[in-house]
Ligand binder design. Structure first.
Ligand SMILES: [Zn+2]
Length: 306
């Protein structure tokens, strides 16, 4: 079923998440004090990367905890080959590179600017770390009673001391889909897209909605096209800040397009040959998103079905 052949960026996190150890205070304290443990610094949701020819994440040693934001403190990411990995938030520092003594060796970068060059697993760790730290930054107060909450269980829960509510990290599901009809598939253009770029339609799932229902609703709302069967293809963590892209192909049951101008600038059907050229970068007028985006893999997957 999974006809997506290439690994999708932000997937493939190599860490064992060690979820059974998150409540083990003695283990955590021992791992936090171990000189081999590694800490991924994030600053205002930018990630620390090495300068140089082979870009990768830059990990700090335990000393970095002296300048981290105390809430949430070190957030457990997981283990690999006996080495424990944490994420720390340095957002309250005005000059984090100076505080780390790292000027010249590393820099903070937006994930989008560097992910294409990172090893696959490293991008997966960025998705995990960014999702968790953003969640902490945005959930300082209890959604039930409004009092301040505290990070617990190695950064995987926030507890409210006032009403005892527990709050867990969020992932926001988004459906992204390629409606197909015979040898054609439907793509759209958002007004913010670079000139010439077309991509798959997408939208957030709403409460009380299945994936299939969300696909049908979004396609109908944005393009006026009616969709029947929906086939799941692949998913992608999307750390902006913490979405999960659920990639589907959808059988279109109508052809006429009525574009919702508040969401899309345009939508139209594309043939296989046209999209094969666009994917190869050889179409004179249009292009599709790069391999960083799951839309690229959905298009490639549909083309390989023929
Ligand atoms: Zn509360």
């Amino acid at each position: 079923l999974l006809a997506v052949k290439e690994p999708i960026p932000y997937s493939g996190n190599p860490l064992d998440r060690m979820s059974g150890r998150r409540t083990d205070a003695a283990w955590l304290s021992e791992r936090l004090g171990d000189p081999s443990s590694r800490f991924l610094p994030l600053w205002r949701m930018q990630v620390l990367v090495k300068q140089g020819h082979e870009p990768d994440l830059a990990w700090a040693r335990r000393g970095v905890c002296e300048c981290m934001t105390p809430d949430p403190g070190p957030v457990l990411l997981g283990e690999r080959e006996g080495v424990t990995h944490f994420a720390v938030d340095l957002s309250t520092l005005s000059d984090p590179l100076d505080a780390l003594g790292l000027g010249g060796e590393a820099r903070f970068a937006e994930p989008h600017a560097v992910v294409a060059g990172l090893p696959l697993g490293s991008a997966g760790i960025v998705a995990q770390a960014r999702g968790l730290l953003t969640w902490h930054a945005r959930h300082r107060f209890c959604g039930t009673c409004g009092e301040p909450t505290r990070s617990a269980d190695a950064g995987h829960v926030r507890r409210c001391p006032s009403c005892s509510a527990e709050h867990f990290p969020r992932t926001d599901p988004v459906v992204i889909m390629l409606p197909v009809r015979g040898d054609q598939c439907l793509l759209g253009r958002q007004p913010a897209f670079p000139k010439g770029m077309w991509s798959a339609l997408a939208g957030f799932l709403e409460p009380g909605e299945t994936i299939e229902e969300a696909v049908r609703r979004e396609v109908a709302e944005e393009s006026g096209v009616r969709v029947g069967a929906v086939r799941y293809r692949a998913s992608q963590p999307w750390p902006f800040p913490a979405s999960l892209m659920i990639g589907c192909l959808a059988d279109a049951e109508s052809e006429a397009i009525e574009v919702a101008r508040d969401e899309l600038e345009d939508a139209r059907w594309f043939g296989r040959d046209e999209l094969a050229r666009a994917l190869a970068g050889k179409h004179p007028e249009m292009f599709v998103p790069p391999p960083m985006a799951i839309a690229h893999h959905l298009i490639r997957s549909w083309l390989s079905d023929a």
